[in-house]
Design a protein around this ligand. Structure first.
Ligand SMILES: Nc1ncnc2c1ncn2[C@@H]1O[C@H](COP(=O)(O)OP(=O)(O)OP(=O)(O)O)[C@@H](O)[C@H]1O
Length: 275
């Protein structure tokens, strides 16, 4: 177990910029980006498509290095992969040739945990996400929602201090998605890890988070709003979305986000017309 400075934010973006080299020159995806995720806090990032949400998450994961500024993890500048974080992508992350149990246990095995203990801990996580009856199923024998549950167990089994989620539930049907959102909230409520959650879906962001950070349209996207969501917990996402105070918070965020979405839409139309 690594030492964790619990007084420092779990994640801190300090005036971060990220650029990509393209055939026509450098593209600045994000710039002047500063915000924190406190230990135990659930923070969502929303913004128009292509504004740089995944880029931000990838910087927090250590998969991308900022061109300017720095990312700090519990007070320490991040160099290389963020080993305190578990990462749950939008795309399927399961190995098709491995069973549900093997898929969950693999992260522990990589960390040198003996097979029996790894399987025992993986089984406990499968049970926690409601899949105790399916440890021997292969990914193609599971529904989309069940695969997401396995992926969630896979992310959480190593007990990361930080959970990074990129559009993790967006491929699911509405009902399964709400179940997964409630499940994630219940797990988070019990363990209080820091969560950085990327989503297109403002309802999802508001119903789940302690804070919602709004990014501007790109290029050089940056935070233009940071909204505290002081709705009571525990929350049931479907129920809370009908609550008047939810609707008020959603409307306040949308009033900032809307213009950025329109800007991004206009820009894409111009690009398409020029091509
Ligand atoms: N490897 C790369 N090379 C060049 N450009 C990139 C690269 N990765 C991302 N970009 C560009 O950087 C910008 C931000 O991309 P990113 O995927 O972070 O946005 P996003 O907000 O997560 O998008 P979406 O909402 O569509 O998932 C986009 O314009 C994208 O085309």
């Amino acid at each position: 177990m690594q030492n964790v400075n619990r007084t420092a934010p779990a994640i801190e973006f300090r005036n971060v910029a990220c650029r990509f080299e393209t055939p026509t020159g450098f593209y600045t995806a994000t710039a002047h980006t500063s915000f924190c995720v406190a230990d135990g806090e659930f923070v969502s990032v929303v913004g128009p498509t292509g504004c740089g949400k995944s880029t931000i998450l990838n910087m927090a994961a250590g998969l991308l290095a900022p061109a300017e500024g720095e990312v700090r993890i519990f007070g320490t500048p991040l160099k290389g992969l963020n080993r305190r974080a578990g990462y749950m992508f939008q795309a399927e992350s399961l190995m098709p040739w491995a069973t549900a149990l093997e898929n969950v246990a693999i992260g522990l095995r990589y960390r040198g945990v003996a097979k029996d203990e790894a399987n025992e801990r993986a089984m406990a996580w499968l049970a926690r996400v409601g899949l105790e009856k399916f440890p021997d199923r292969y990914p193609h024998e599971l529904s989309g929602g069940m695969r997401k549950r396995v992926a969630m167990a896979q992310t959480l089994v190593t007990d990361p201090d930080i959970i990074l989620m990129d559009e993790s539930f967006s491929a699911l049907d509405v009902q399964t998605r709400e179940l997964m959102e409630d499940e994630l909230l219940a797990i988070w409520q019990a363990s209080k890890k820091a969560v950085l959650f990327i989503t297109h879906d403002l309802d999802e962001a508001v119903s789940m988070s302690d804070r919602v950070v709004v990014m501007s349209a790109g290029p050089a996207s940056r935070p233009i709003g940071d909204f505290g969501i002081d709705l009571p917990r525990p929350r049931n996402v479907a129920e809370i979305r009908m609550d008047q105070s939810f609707l008020e918070r959603r409307a306040a965020i949308w009033s900032v986000l809307r213009e950025e979405v329109l800007k991004s839409y206009r820009e894409h139309r111009t690009e398409l017309a020029a091509s």
